[in-house]
Design a protein around this ligand. Structure first.
Ligand code: GLY
Length: 319
């Protein structure tokens, strides 16, 4: 048995690639890395890797992480510039006994020493979005709508589970800002004895609930991944609204070591991708209901095609 789940429709091609590897008996670490790299390399996704939107200084600073659920090894990079595949650097770091989470210049120095591919990650398209936003003269930092982190959870035929994430974080963020994606327990968690989870949405709020660890903890108590996701999102959403008056976007996915999966969100229209033994990769759309409850429906082919079409539409001011 094997399985894979990932955040957002943008992961579809990557999941299909990873699923083919798992089907042939491949390793959950290799499949997770391959799936995330596919998204990092696609220039039209504005929130991950090449083509990701820049910070307020017009620099693309990327966050990524990897966790091995057999050994509980964790590796992460934060605010790294000019490297093509942050997830691979994070995975390499996960094998280090110490210094396994590196930021900024330290992460870049490590990547250079290890021979990772250097690349200018700022595209002309991302620059056009930057200038367009500048013209709008927004002074307040607002999470950019319609983008987010790619996060995957994999289960291979030997029962190994992994989790990986990658993101350019918030558009127009402050230099050095780090979101939830490279933070173990918040953006991701994997334990092969139980399952794995990853999160996407407003990092500053996801961190407040250590939501990925919470989901794995709930699955360890015996909850189905769907129940665990709904309960974790419902609780965090409620606490944030009670104590702070509002909650940012919170969306999560999870899979347990039996290949059962779940997803939850507090927004209307969180897409995710699932692949499992005997089934082609499918895109689902989750809709928030009351108290963390969600409905998940398979997305239509039209919706799937429109998603890519809108991401590839010309940007005003480009060229
Ligand atoms: N969830 C991604 C971020 O806030 O950076």
């Amino acid at each position: 048995m094997w399985g894979m789940i990932a955040t957002w429709r943008m992961a579809l091609e990557g999941v299909s690639k990873g699923a083919a590897m798992l089907e042939q008996g491949g390793d959950a670490g290799d499949a997770a890395e391959a799936a995330v790299r596919e998204v990092e390399d696609f220039p039209y996704y504005k929130s991950v890797g090449y083509g990701g939107l820049p910070n307020e200084d017009m620099e693309v600073e990327l966050d990524a992480a990897y966790m091995d659920g057999d050994t509980l090894d964790v590796g992460a990079v934060a605010a790294i510039r000019d490297y093509a595949n942050p997830v691979s650097i994070a995975r390499r770091l996960s094998r280090e006994p110490v210094n396994s989470v590196l930021t900024g210049e330290g992460a870049e120095r490590f990547a250079h020493k290890e021979g990772f591919e250097r690349k200018n990650m700022l595209t002309d398209r991302a620059k056009a979005f930057y200038w367009k936003r500048k013209k709008e003269e927004e002074t307040e930092l607002k999470p950019y709508k319609g983008h987010d982190t790619v996060g995957v959870v994999c289960l291979d035929q030997r029962g190994k589970m992994t989790a990986a994430t990658s993101t350019s974080g918030l558009f127009m963020k402050k230099k050095g800002r780090v979101g939830d994606s490279p933070m173990v327990g918040s953006g991701f968690y994997a334990d092969s004895k139980v399952g794995g989870a990853t999160a996407t949405g407003l990092g500053e709020d996801l961190m407040k609930g250590c939501v990925s660890y919470e989901i794995v903890r709930l699955m360890k108590e015996g909850l189905h991944p769907q129940e665990a996701c709904e309960r974790a999102v419902g609780l965090l959403d409620r606490e944030l609204k009670e104590r702070r008056g509002k909650a940012g976007d919170l969306s999560v996915i999870a899979m347990n070591n039996k290949g059962e999966w779940g997803a939850a969100t507090n927004i209307q229209g969180f897409s995710f991708v699932v692949s499992a033994e005997g089934e082609a990769s499918k895109v689902y759309l989750a809709m928030a209901g009351e108290d963390g409850r969600c409905t998940c429906e398979e997305a239509s082919n039209q919706w799937i095609e429109d998603y890519v079409r809108t991401r590839m539409a010309p940007v005003e001011g480009q060229g």
